[in-house]
Design a protein around this ligand. Structure first.
Ligand code: HSE
Length: 302
């Protein structure tokens, strides 16, 4: 039996559109084993929206993996225990891709390295900002060209806490990308380049007082605000309640704030979220610096 545990991820972190991402302490667990033929997909969290047919993203990724290595796909049983909410900007698709690659790698005894899986996952998703931290943990800064992806992983300090505000409504990445402009003014590009660089450097040095400036963005958040009722007011409130920085998580709709005083922030933010017409919850998480883990017959492999 193979067991894979994959963290949630937040992408962009404000200015690092399609480049910067970070793993969070929230996890999906998948068990996989070979069966005689076909497939058997069991969803244990009762989420009826996850496909249990060939459209299941973990199954699709395992099938893709076998096709790429030129071996026939064996019969497979998958048991999914998902904690990462779907289509909320917390990397649930990337978690499925990462789980599928690890399962394909282990079942086929291919022994691709983590580094090779990082490259495959970035190619599958088309941008590396969720899959890379999901595989490696920490915060990653990545850049792709046609051939490969170069990245740096930064371990995130344990005393930095992330308040994750998650609404009960969903937003597809496809829709959230469709509202982005094809071109942006040079001043907005400069605005983001300076802040993305400051964000990377500040996370390396744990200079969290820089983050309120370093997490500002002009490439995607303003365009997506129309799809996420109260996005701007929640980010403003987060700052009023002492957040060091706040941003839209990935393509949204979840929002994240960097918080020092965890108890007071949670109380004040939860009270504010209760006044809104949509249902929002706030969860306090930390960065995960380890990334996905794989057990084969209960022995931790990596
Ligand atoms: N960087 C991506 C985006 C993350 O913002 O669209 C979501 O997949």
């Amino acid at each position: 039996m193979i067991k894979v545990k994959v963290p949630a991820t937040t992408a962009n972190m404000g200015p690092g559109f399609d480049s910067i991402g970070m793993a969070l302490s929230m996890y999906n667990i998948v068990y996989a084993e070979e069966i005689k033929e076909g497939f058997d997909i069991v969803i244990q969290d009762g989420n009826t929206q996850i496909p249990t047919d060939e459209d299941n993203l973990i199954y699709k990724t395992v099938a893709y993996f076998y096709k790429n290595i030129g071996k026939p796909l064996p019969g497979i049983r998958l048991i999914q225990q998902d904690s990462i909410p779907h289509t909320r900007g917390l990397g649930s698709s990337a978690a499925c891709i990462v789980a599928g690659l690890h399962i394909g790698n282990a079942l086929s005894k291919s022994f691709f390295s983590k580094e090779e899986l990082v490259q495959m996952a970035a190619q599958i998703e088309g941008h590396p900002d969720n899959t890379t931290p999901a595989l490696l943990g920490g915060m990653t800064i990545g850049a792709m060209n046609d051939k490969d992806m170069k990245y740096v992983k930064v371990n995130v300090a344990e005393n930095i806490h992330f308040a994750v505000m998650i609404p009960d409504f969903t937003l597809s990445t496809e829709l959230a990308r469709s509202v982005l402009p094809k071109e942006v003014p040079l001043k907005d590009a400069v605005f983001n380049a300076s802040r993305a660089a400051l964000l990377a450097a500040s996370m390396i040095t744990s200079d969290i007082d820089n983050l309120s400036l370093a997490m500002e963005d002009r490439l995607h958040q303003i365009y997506r605000a129309g799809l996420i009722p109260n996005m701007e007011s929640i980010i403003e409130r987060a700052k009023v309640y002492g957040a060091k920085g706040a941003f839209l998580s990935g393509a949204g709709p979840s929002l994240i704030a960097v918080v020092k005083n965890v108890v007071a922030f949670r109380k004040e933010m939860a009270a504010y979220l209760n006044t809104l017409s949509d249902v929002w919850q706030v969860q306090m998480l930390q960065a995960d610096n380890e990334g996905a883990k794989v057990w084969i017959n209960e022995e931790l492999k990596y």
